[in-house]
Design a protein around this ligand. Sequence first.
Ligand code: URA
Length: 230
Amino acid sequence: MPRLDQLLSSLGYGSRKQVAEFVKAGRVRLGDTVLKKPDQKVEAAEVTLDGEALEAPDGLLVMLHKPLGHICTHNDGEGKTIYELLPARWMARKPSITSVGRLDKDTSGLILITDLGDLVHRYTSPKAEVEKIYEVTVDRELDPALVAIFASGTVMLRGEEKPCLPAQLEITSPLTAKLTLMEGRYHQVRRMFASQGWHVEQLHRSRFGDYTLGTLQPGEWQMLELPPEA
Ligand code: URA
């Protein structure tokens, strides 16, 4: 069991010193009992702060609708980041939160964010075979022949040695399509289309594995239940 001050601090509630102060002030309880000793060992699920259960004590998993123009990095020197869209307290969690893979600055849509390293690995490892659906708008009329080309497992991306895994393309209008990928290489969708002579003008991810955006608007996020094996 963790120490109370370590637990609260790792969940982003403050430094060990700050946390010790609000423990001593009687704001933390275990069931009905007020806890006064910061070094006491506790079961996280039973602790409350100001009467509220602790936030995601077993790990955080969040779905964000990434808007255009935000980047998936912690380095805010590079522009607006996805982390600016989330509660500031989460930035102080340890282990720190990170996105599950990345979306380009000019791509919108579903991105998962978590502090569970195993989950990141599980969802991004090449063996994971997580289905991702992208809605694509291109610069000129799509050729139905692309469906077979993308499904063939032979599309080569510049600078890479292995062809892309078979991908499912559904042409939805002359300039739009849905592309389902089982892998996640750098700029993969844009590069797949570029390899065939199309430029991707707009890109949006509508599904990641079992998750879809539902009614989440750009910039909004939703806390998810941890999957059973997390
Ligand atoms: N493929 C891309 O080209 N960009 C993304 O952001 C995601 C997939």
